[in-house]
Write a protein that binds this ligand. Structure first.
Ligand code: MN
Ligand code: MN
Length: 488
């Protein structure tokens, strides 16, 4: 067999394309699935990825990665780490597995769309490998927690979560449907690979892998690192798309980025913010969530945006205010609503922890302290029942998370009346996103809409838990059984 040198065939292989004769290019790559800006084929020929990998190289590398990772799993399995792990660390990994595992399959579906409908041949080649990556991530993150289901029913939510109507699930499913699945290949590449992966989760995976090592969880750390090396490669697609769009349709690139940053931020704050600032044992904490956001996410993201000639999102100041507050609000709310979670959240507000929070967030005591004081007093008095929820919160018709306030005076609830009903929003950017494409968003009922429509029976917390798929064995409890309230 003749052996060609890599450089002699590589470009031909990755750019294999032809002019269709039996159908038009518009039929082959319809705008709704491919590129709503309808740029000419020549514009997309400029699309270029920085890391070039052939299929043969890909298979070889991936096989080695899987071999290494399954080797770690087998070795660690004998040590039974998770059984003896700190319950606060277990909360972090259960939340992660629930939100991430099946979402990797969503990412795989999205990459499959790019592999078929991306308007550039070399991009379709990269997306094919990205699709295989995401299938691997889904499989790994279902297989690893599966071995813990026999110890603890909450690990079953790695698979179950997206099949339920749990409140956080409704929010996460709406996010991934919008950013990964509903749009064109061009929009999905910007939303998923540039915003979600490059700006947010790549760095989070690295940070979490290092936290996992500190917590002694070698298996989880190796898992995240193995996944992250794939993400670092295929997430390059989005920046390459922005390079093309900024020359031909910069307004569209700006719109998709602005929408995706806000929507990703909302779920990211719950997934990462609560774990970093409240669940992770104090002795393992290095950065606060705010420091991580400012130094790793916002700083790098804003440099990139300005370098490519795009603007920062118009709501930048509101985002900075949220970085200071939003996850504290979600933590207070989700801890209070702990029976609706599939993990046991740590309160994280012992005297030493509050001291740490106050150094990282100078207004923490003023804003959140009094609320936790009341909870702490009730728990000390043996009245844990008073710290549990009595009703449902109002949720946002865009991000589907509870509507909360932290500033004084509180901003008015944002209401839009259209199509014969009112829609409520937690923030100006959520309202703005809704108003850009109301026909896309208005048919999606929030948890409260469903409650009012009589879908939740009986109409109380027990009915809501049943509607959310939460069984008594799963319903979240305080991770440390209130030990934090009894110190000091
Ligand atoms: Mn992935
Ligand atoms: Mn990915």
């Amino acid at each position: 067999m003749p052996e060609l040198k890599r450089e002699d065939w590589f470009d031909l292989g990755r750019r294999l394309d032809w002019t269709p004769e039996y159908v038009s290019r518009e039929e082959l790559f319809p705008g709704f699935a491919s590129d709503a800006s309808n740029l000419p084929a020549a514009a997309w020929e400029q699309w270029d990825e920085p890391y070039k990998v052939s299929y043969r190289e890909y298979v070889d590398i991936q096989r080695q990665k899987d071999e290494g990772l399954y080797g770690v799993k087998t070795a660690v399995g004998r040590a039974k780490y998770v059984e003896g792990a700190d319950p606060r660390w277990r909360a972090i990994i259960k939340e992660h597995y629930g939100v991430a595992s099946v979402a990797e399959y969503f990412a795989g579906l999205s990459e499959a769309k790019l592999a078929r409908f991306a308007p550039s041949a070399s991009w379709r080649t990269v997306a094919t490998l990205g699709m295989l990556d995401e299938i691997r991530h889904g499989q790994l993150q279902l297989f690893f927690p599966h071995s813990y289901v026999k110890l603890d029913d909450q690990f079953d939510w790695a698979h179950k979560m997206y099949h339920t109507n749990e409140w956080g699930t409704i929010a996460a499913r709406s996010l991934f449907s919008d950013l990964f699945l509903a749009g064109s290949a061009v929009d999905a590449a910007i939303a998923e690979t540039f915003v979600f992966e490059t700006a947010f989760t790549n760095l989070q995976f690295l940070g979490m892998a290092s936290d996992a090592l500190k917590a002694g969880d070698v298996e989880f750390s190796s898992l995240l690192q193995s996944i992250q090396t794939d993400e670092a490669r295929h997430s390059q697609q989005g920046a390459a798309v922005i390079e093309v769009l900024r020359k031909h349709d910069p307004d569209h690139a700006q719109y998709v980025v602005d929408k995706s940053v806000w929507r990703t931020w909302k779920v990211f704050a719950l997934l990462t913010g609560m774990g970093m600032d409240y669940y992770l044992p104090l002795e393992h904490r290095v950065h606060s969530f705010k420091e991580f956001m400012e130094e790793m996410v916002l700083d790098q993201f804003s440099k990139y945006m300005l370098d490519t000639g795009l603007d920062l999102p118009w709501y930048w100041d509101q985002l900075l205010d949220e970085v200071d507050n939003f996850h504290h609000s979600m933590h207070l709310g989700s801890w209070t609503y702990r029976p609706t979670l599939w993990w046991d959240p740590a309160a994280g507000v012992s005297p030493e922890e509050r001291e740490w929070l106050a150094t990282k967030y100078p207004k923490w005591e003023q804003t959140w302290g009094p609320k936790w004081d009341v909870i702490t007093e009730n728990v000390r008095a043996g009245r844990e029942d008073l710290s549990l929820p009595a009703t449902l919160p109002v949720t946002c018709n865009l991000c589907h998370l509870p509507i909360t306030v932290w500033s004084d005076p509180a901003p008015r609830l944002r209401v839009v009346r259209t199509g014969g009903r009112a829609y409520r929003f937690c923030s100006e950017p959520c309202q703005w996103i809704f108003e850009q494409e109301p026909e896309k968003y208005r048919g999606h009922d929030s948890l409260v809409d469903r409650f009012v429509a009589g879908q939740i029976q009986p109409p109380n917390l027990d009915g809501a838990l049943a509607y959310m798929g939460i069984t008594p064995a799963v319903a979240g409890k305080d991770a440390l059984d209130y030990a934090w309230a009894r110190t000091a």
